[in-house]
Design a protein around this ligand. Structure first.
Ligand code: MEZ
Length: 607
């Protein structure tokens, strides 16, 4: 059959399908009264739609009242899934016997992220994991974003006050803040799932002088956070931005908490002088908690969140004022959104190997810990709109990505007491030094990798470690010697290393490596090891902004109507970001960008 005939057949099948949906439509939800329908979807080789029609569940169960168009805001469809299945994760409870993609670090993700109804499902997880027969725990994945067929239609035009590009923590924060200031917001996400890298954030959010620190008797100060951040960034950071970061950090924790996030546990990351990294009780990963909170709050406010919506152009008028965006939407095709202000929160480019190698040839071919959407196209859009780029060569290598995978082993494991040993079974660095120094030290060891070693005490102190067991990344032994045999390092050396570390803990003095904090000894069997290697984790460079989150042009002046926040910007972190400062930056600068965009939109006349 030639392609013309296939298209005609497809149109006929679609018409039949629409007719069949229309003919079975009733006002009642299908959960109450399943409708009898034919299964034209099955003829199209569909997946989820097939399953539902085979069970006599009608089209309106997913699509609502017939006549409703499925558009790039897929929330209505997903809300219908929840109507029948109670929660999204509930649907996945039937998945047993292998690693369950529904039970993940991504939070409560929507069905449409993976399941497309009328075409085969595309498992988003395969971007990072390679579950061959669902047996291999973690692999490098394809690392490529899922290609979506973008239908290009006529240029329709939507109007709004504020457009936010990129639905990670910074984007959601800006959108919620702008909405709460009383303006209409559209939040766009090019991936099929919201959350960006923020939903993978593990260790926590840095903040000084918080209620949670005070409750735990931790003495911290805004000045100390500024000092640590500047020292970590080798003092090339933009001091004014760092001051904003630190001064607002406690208020940002309070804001997130007021929305329902749990940031009550406080730990330590490398380069911080005190415990200031906030995360959920028991030490769960911070990202899923924060992103779920933001997703829920956006949904409660009925903010228009559109996934599979890639911005291809930031529009400007003759005076250079930003006036909106052009978008390619999965369902809508190419269209325009006119807006009074645009906030760019599209993240960094760690998952773009060509761009990484362009700026840092020595990192060519290195694995990344990032989600596949972190390709830096948002940064390109900003540059095309006239933004000055800053610190682009500053790319952070995270020391501890699980070897043979792109799974980040959070710095919090070291913060809570793990040590690192080389193939000779010996420690080689202060485990709580900054990431740049720790990475260089690991790459200097035999095999350019190392082992993170911890005991049951550390495991019990940090809930997110359970995830590494789930992914079968951990080797175990009843004794240090037994563990040594499993990971092929000299048993006597590993035993002595652990004993020496425990003595240092007793004396509160790590004479060998000057580790500043040893929260617990390694004396509680079992003993555990994860092999780790450095991987590309964060891009410190990006669009130049000022303290009002306005994007700065090459002439040093703010670009009217244009704001940015989060990893898409450069300047806050200098040459090296401290662990925990990223989520902090997204919330603080996301709030500033959202508030200022809303203020501008309110003052601008309606078209
Ligand atoms: O801020 C980060 O990148 C972070 C805390 C990572 C981690 O090791 O958990």
């Amino acid at each position: 059959m030639n392609s013309g005939k296939s298209v005609i057949l497809a149109v006929l099948i679609l018409s039949l399908f629409s007719w069949s949906c229309a003919s079975t439509a009733k006002d009642k939800s299908v959960a109450e009264k399943p409708a009898q329908v034919a299964t034209p979807a099955a003829a199209m080789g569909s997946m989820l739609a097939d399953m539902h029609t085979a069970k006599q569940v009608g089209c309106e169960a997913c699509h609502g009242t017939v006549g409703n168009v499925v558009d790039d805001n897929e929330q209505p469809v997903n809300a219908n899934c929840v109507k029948c299945h109670i929660t999204h994760s509930n649907v996945g409870k039937k998945t047993t016997g292998h690693i369950n993609p529904h039970k993940s670090h991504l939070g409560e993700i929507n069905c449409t992220t993976c399941h497309h109804g009328h075409t085969p499902s595309q498992l988003y997880c395969l971007n990072c994991h390679s579950f061959v027969d669902m047996k291999i725990p973690a692999g490098e994945g394809t690392g490529k974003p899922i290609a979506a067929p973008w239908p290009v239609e006529q240029l329709a035009v939507d109007q709004t006050d504020v457009v936010v590009i990129g639905a990670g923590a910074a984007g959601f924060t800006a959108a919620i803040t702008a909405h709460d200031a009383g303006v209409k917001v559209i939040l766009l996400e090019k991936q099929p799932i919201t959350g960006g890298n923020s939903m993978l954030a593990a260790g926590g959010m840095n903040a000084a002088e918080t209620k949670f620190q005070k409750e735990k008797g931790i003495k911290d100060s805004v000045d100390l956070m500024i000092k640590d951040t500047m020292t970590g960034g080798n003092n090339i950071n933009d001091l004014e931005l760092v001051m904003i970061l630190a001064k607002n950090s406690s208020a940002s924790v309070a804001w997130l908490t007021s929305l329902g996030a749990d940031l009550s546990d406080v730990g330590r990351m490398g380069g911080s002088s005190v415990n200031r990294t906030h995360r959920p009780k028991g030490g769960s990963a911070v990202g899923a908690n924060i992103v779920d909170t933001l997703r829920r709050n956006a949904a409660e406010r009925k903010i228009d969140v559109r996934v599979n919506s890639k911005v291809v152009n930031i529009l400007e008028n003759a005076e250079g004022t930003v006036t909106g965006v052009q978008v390619e939407g999965k369902h809508r095709g190419l269209y325009t959104i006119n807006a009074k202000a645009v906030v760019l929160t599209a993240g960094g480019f760690s998952a773009n190997p060509e761009k990484v190698a362009f700026y840092r040839p020595e990192f060519k071919g290195m694995i990344t810990s990032n989600q596949p959407g972190a390709t830096g196209d948002g940064m390109d859009l900003g540059a095309e709109a006239g933004a000055e780029l800053k610190d682009m060569k500053e790319i952070q290598i995270h020391p501890t990505v699980a070897a043979g995978s792109r799974i980040l082993i959070t710095e919090a494991v070291r913060g809570n007491g793990a040590i690192m040993v080389n193939r000779e079974g010996k420690r080689f660095v202060n485990e709580l030094t900054t990431r740049d120094k720790a990475s260089v030290a690991i790459l200097a060891q035999t095999g350019k990798s190392a082992f993170m070693i911890f005991d049951e005490g550390v495991r019990q102190s940090l809930k997110q470690i359970d995830g590494y067991f789930h992914l079968k990344l951990v080797r175990k032994g009843e004794t240090p010697e037994a563990l040594a045999a499993k990971i092929n390092v000299p048993a006597q050396a590993l035993k002595e290393t652990i004993e020496t570390y425990n003595q240092a803990f007793d004396k509160k003095d790590d004479a060998e490596f000057k580790r500043p904090d040893m929260p617990r000894p390694l004396r509680t069997p079992k003993y555990y090891a994860i092999e780790i290697k450095p991987g590309v984790h964060y891009t410190m460079g990006g669009l130049k902004i000022n303290t009002e989150a306005q994007v700065i042009a090459k002439d040093g002046k703010p670009i009217a109507g244009f704001y940015a926040a989060g990893e898409v910007t450069g300047g806050v972190h200098g040459t090296n970001r401290l662990g925990g400062n990223s989520i902090s930056e997204t919330i603080t600068f996301g709030r500033i960008a959202g508030a200022n965009a809303a203020k501008l939109a309110k003052s601008a006349p309606d078209e």
